[in-house]
Design a protein around this ligand. Structure first.
Ligand code: 5AD
Ligand code: SF4
Length: 351
């Protein structure tokens, strides 16, 4: 046992130097729950963040343009069997108006997010992407779930630059249980298609899922690394009362920060947001993430009247409006000695 503190220090130093950690070593670090080892991970990740991506915090404005979803993920409030959700779809002009609002704030990237909603055809989404590029020149990130490769190709040709598709969990069994009718294999095929088509690709997971072990979280980190994803969204699972997982405990701040810090150490120059889920779970969540390796914040610019209906997890309704979040972030960044990023904020440097 007396070797444990040594082993922790040795592993964190090795990760900081850019060495690969084995699945066993990662699982060991992820199985700890003491403050000292978390503090050491946060410090190392913050230093790696400064070294590889600098002090800039990049902003991505999100527009959640439809909360319809054909999937039935056990964890998600938008699952198709949740009859309590008042569903909405924004039309092309409404999306464009929200995107112009983002551009007017000086934010360089928009993330268009929705459930898996087939009502938006390939042509519909291409038209929206094309208009955003023509009218605003913003970097466009799509996050609309699994679609045929031909759709991904068409969106790319229409001008989409980036795509977010979280792998959610690297355990094929857990994946199948939590996402009925879906497989991790299909998910990974989509991620490969996106990468082949020249997108900057984002993936990520949830922390604190029922049945998730330190070994599975280690696999999440190894998968993030082997996919060579450009962006990594890492957030706590927050149980939603309108889902079959309502009574599960969910993820916590410390456990999520542990995964985030390790992701920074292992992937060095990726873009890692302080996720909205972490900011929702804990009042200090966003700032703690920014001090543990995160370098991106994603303010929400979904129109006020619809935002509460994008009810993925509880607390989402109280997510501050993009402008409010920006004002708070500016204060936080002064304390942190960091600045809002300029330019597209894509992944830079060698992988
Ligand atoms: N808690 C936290 N995150 C969730 N997501 C879905 N449901 C939940 C939940 N209950 C995340 C998933 C998905 C993204 C849109 O929201 O990771 O990729
Ligand atoms: Fe749909 Fe995504 Fe929610 Fe699953 S996580 S139900 S795919 S919105």
């Amino acid at each position: 046992m007396s070797e444990t503190p040594d082993r922790i220090g040795r592993l964190i130093d090795a990760a900081h130097r850019g060495e690969d950690l084995s699945r066993e070593d990662l699982a060991f670090l992820l199985s700890l729950s003491d403050e000292a080892s978390l503090g050491a991970l946060e410090t190392a990740a913050n230093s790696a963040r400064r070294e590889y991506v600098g002090d800039a915090v990049h902003l991505r404005g999100i527009v959640e343009f439809s909360n319809f979803c054909r999937q039935n993920c056990l964890y998600c409030g938008l699952r198709r069997d949740n009859r309590d959700v008042v569903r909405y779809r924004m039309d092309e002009d409404a999306v464009l108006a929200a995107v112009h609002g983002i551009r007017d704030k000086g934010i360089g990237t928009v993330v268009l997010q929705s459930g898996e909603d087939p009502a938006y055809t390939r042509g519909d989404l291409c038209r929206i992407v094309g208009r955003i590029k023509d009218e605003t020149g913003l970097i466009v990130t799509l996050s609309v779930g699994e679609r045929p490769r031909e759709d991904y190709r068409a969106f790319r040709e229409a001008g989409a630059d980036r795509y977010l598709l979280k792998h959610e969990t690297a355990s094929p069994d857990l994946y199948r249980r939590l996402r009925p009718g879906c497989t991790l294999e299909d998910r990974l095929r989509c991620l490969k298609d996106l990468r082949d088509l020249g997108y900057e690709v984002g993936t990520g997971n949830m922390v604190g899922l029922p049945g998730q072990t330190p070994e599975i979280l280690a696999e999440d980190l190894l998968l993030m690394r082997s996919l060579d994803a450009d962006m990594l969204g890492i957030g706590p699972f927050i149980p939603h009362p309108g889902t079959p997982l309502a009574d599960e405990p969910g993820g916590d701040l410390a456990g999520t920060l542990r995964v985030l810090a390790l992701a920074r150490l292992l992937t060095r120059n990726t873009n890692i947001p302080a996720t909205t889920a972490l900011g929702t779970l804990h009042p200090e969540g966003r700032i703690r993430a920014l001090r543990a390796g995160a370098n991106v914040v994603m303010p929400d610019f979904t129109p006020e009247s619809l935002r509460a209906r994008y009810d993925i997890y509880p607390g989402k309704a109280a997510v501050p409006d993009g402008d409010v979040l920006l004002a708070r972030l500016r204060e936080d960044l002064i304390l942190l000695g960091r600045q809002i990023g300029k330019g597209p904020g894509g992944r830079s440097g060698p992988r």
